[in-house]
Ligand binder design. Structure first.
Ligand code: PBG
Length: 322
């Protein structure tokens, strides 16, 4: 009867000394919904999250830098939609202007990542070019590449394609290199599932498909081996970083990919995961101060190097991670 693992859990100081994983503020990435103008408006389905125009965005990111939160992921939210995603590929579009404003204000102290996807600027809300009800893979690649290039030229450190078209990482890498943007990194949303956990985001970003769903391009939630394959393919195409999205229901996938790759791996703690916590906490059913570090910590424990989360700022503001 000598097994007594509880010895090492006896005091808070002992537990702290022996913790196997820890989160540092530098590992967190805060998403932002960017809109035209200088206003801000709350996202009803995501308490605590706002859509922001450029001035409030710059101010918010400045405050976040004080907290040690230096990485942002930008989403453009626009009413300017058509069949060719023209607003997304515009070199002076919303996101390129936001990138320039942040770079002008904070230089290289901020890590600027941008979401690259057509859904927010297509009139039909799909992530690629739609023809007779079908999302066309190869026809979407030039538009995605043009969008990534607009962000890269504006000064983004990292472009992050989230569309799930095949071979988009290779297409974007080629286009960037062709014009000398060889230093712009690609964070591929490499293993992205067709998930109900994106519900609140589609409200925030006004990007829900008008008809149909995303199951012909996003991964089937039942598939673990296929998820690994998708990430391996993107690594081979030249991705600099990989991602699993959503995170909480896919910790097995995070662990698989972390085992297989030497690239940095991101976990995306998505909108539905965030809003479920917010809703339950508002009712007093869960304690945010302890559930948020447990959730984010589980992603690090599974093998994620960085975590994209709407909780990032509040977790640091309230000291939930320490
Ligand atoms: C765009 C995109 C989505 C998310 C990130 N980029 C939505 C989708 O694929 O429908 C979801 C993010 C979140 O839920 O927090 N394709």
């Amino acid at each position: 009867m000598t097994d007594r693992p509880r010895r090492l859990r006896r005091t808070a100081a002992l537990r702290e000394a022996l913790a196997e994983t820890r989160l540092h503020p530098a590992q967190l990435i805060q998403p932002h919904f960017v809109v035209e103008g200088d206003g801000r408006s709350p996202v009803d389905s995501m308490p605590g999250v706002e859509r922001m125009g450029l001035a409030p965005l710059v101010e918010r990111v400045g405050n976040d830098l004080q907290l040690g939160l230096a990485s942002v992921l930008l989403f453009g939210v626009t009413e300017d939609k058509d069949e060719k995603a023209s607003s997304a590929t515009d070199p002076d579009g919303l996101v390129p202007r936001a990138v320039r404003a942040l770079r002008d204000a904070y230089g290289d102290r901020v890590v600027i990542m941008t979401d690259v996807c057509l859904c927010g600027s297509m009139s039909h809300g799909h992530c690629g070019v739609l023809h007779e009800g079908e999302v066309l893979n190869d026809d979407s690649l030039p538009l995605l590449s043009a969008m990534a290039l607009a962000h890269a030229r504006a000064g983004a450190d990292v472009v992050a394609p989230s569309d799930m078209m095949d071979q988009r990482v290779a297409a974007i890498r080629d286009r960037l290199d062709e014009v000398g943007c060889t230093d712009t990194a690609i964070l591929s949303y490499s293993s992205k599932f067709a998930s109900a956990f994106y519900g609140p985001f589609r409200d925030a970003a006004d990007s829900a498909p008008g008809a149909g769903d995303r199951k012909t391009y996003q991964l089937d939630p039942r598939n673990r081996r296929e998820a690994l394959l998708e990430s391996v393919l993107d690594e081979n195409e030249g991705a600099d970083m990989l991602m699993v999205k959503p995170a909480l229901s896919y910790l097995d996938v995070i662990a698989d990919i972390a085992d297989e790759t030497s690239l940095p791996l991101a976990a995306y703690n998505v909108s539905g995961e965030y809003s479920m916590v917010k809703a339950a906490a508002a009712k007093g059913w869960v304690d945010e101060a302890t559930i948020v570090p447990e959730i984010l910590g589980s992603m690090a424990r599974a093998g994620a190097d960085v975590i994209i989360s709407y909780h990032a700022r509040e977790a640091l503001e309230h000291g939930w991670l320490t």
